[in-house]
Design a protein around this ligand. Structure first.
Ligand SMILES: Nc1nc2c(ncn2[C@@H]2O[C@H](COP(=O)(O)OP(=O)(O)OP(=O)(O)O)[C@@H](O)[C@H]2O)c(=O)[nH]1
Ligand SMILES: [Mg+2]
Length: 240
């Protein structure tokens, strides 16, 4: 049942095979930079999908830059990102936040790891210290990674990161249930199901614009998701 790294399943995907998807909620301070970075790094070849709940100028800025904008009433991170994943049309799907925290110049490294045969490539913000992250978030994220590691039976270093690449089979082959905790779910379920998952260290920058996450209620929701998903996946393994 193990689907450990099988280089036969690698590939020679290019940015023509990549969708970059994100939820966008009042990100007019950052979206221009993020989408310009994606276009520069991918030579304008990646498909870009924004699931948008903004009341500011975000969707217009996204459309001007050639992104496909899907409108959705704001219902949280996971509702937006799940819709964005479902709207992507290419065989490799990359998620990111739209707040200029994630290094788009690393997109080639994510694609290389997929071409090496990995199913999920996850950007580990904590490896380099994540000094741009508020200390309480840093502590919380380290705790979430430990909790997820215990439940998944494998050391994971950053389970709440927003920057990852996935093979389409992973995105389409699993039923996603979480909202604020979707980012953790998107790593834990593939690990538990034996997909080839790799974390790669990334730099993390200070956010442009206002956060959309309340650290207390958001943190509680993420912890609950990790436990729910971790326990479900363990039960699933026992009954197979
Ligand atoms: N469409 C939509 N997007 C959302 C919603 N909530 C968050 N987002 C987007 O999801 C991404 C993650 O939200 P952030 O506010 O950056 O959350 P975070 O990264 O945990 O918190 P920060 O550390 O402040 O960046 C951003 O691109 C948001 O614009 C929502 O309800 N609807
Ligand atoms: Mg963010």
């Amino acid at each position: 049942m193990s689907r450990a790294l099988d280089r036969e399943r690698g590939g020679d995907y290019t940015f023509d095979d990549v969708s970059v998807v994100m939820g966008t909620y009042n990100e007019e301070a950052a979206i221009g930079t993020v989408l310009d970075d994606v276009a520069r790094v991918t030579d304008g070849r990646a498909e870009v999908v924004c699931v948008d709940g903004s009341s500011d100028g975000t969707p217009e800025i996204a459309r001007e830059r050639g992104a496909r904008v899907v409108q959705q009433r704001p219902r949280g991170y996971g509702v937006a990102v799940a819709a964005a994943l479902a709207s992507a049309t290419r065989p490799v799907v990359v998620t990111t936040d739209c707040d200029d925290t994630y290094p788009m110049e690393r997109l080639p490294d994510f694609l290389d790891a997929i071409n090496d045969g990995y199913d999920v490539v996850s950007g580990d913000r904590l490896y380099h210290g994540a000094r741009a992250m508020p200390p309480v978030n840093r502590l919380g994220n380290r705790a979430f990674a430990l909790l997820a590691s215990v439940l998944a039976g494998r050391r994971l270093h950053d389970v709440t990161t927003g920057m990852r690449a996935y093979r389409r089979a992973v995105v389409d082959g699993i039923e996603w249930t979480e909202n604020t905790g979707l980012s953790a779910e998107l790593l834990i379920r593939p690990v538990a199901r034996g997909y080839a998952v790799r974390e790669i260290p990334i730099e993390y920058a200070e956010r442009a614009g206002e956060t959309k996450l309340d650290p207390l209620s958001g943190g509680a929701a993420i912890a609950k998701s990790i436990v729910t998903v971790g326990v479900e996946e363990r039960a699933r393994r026992r009954t197979r």
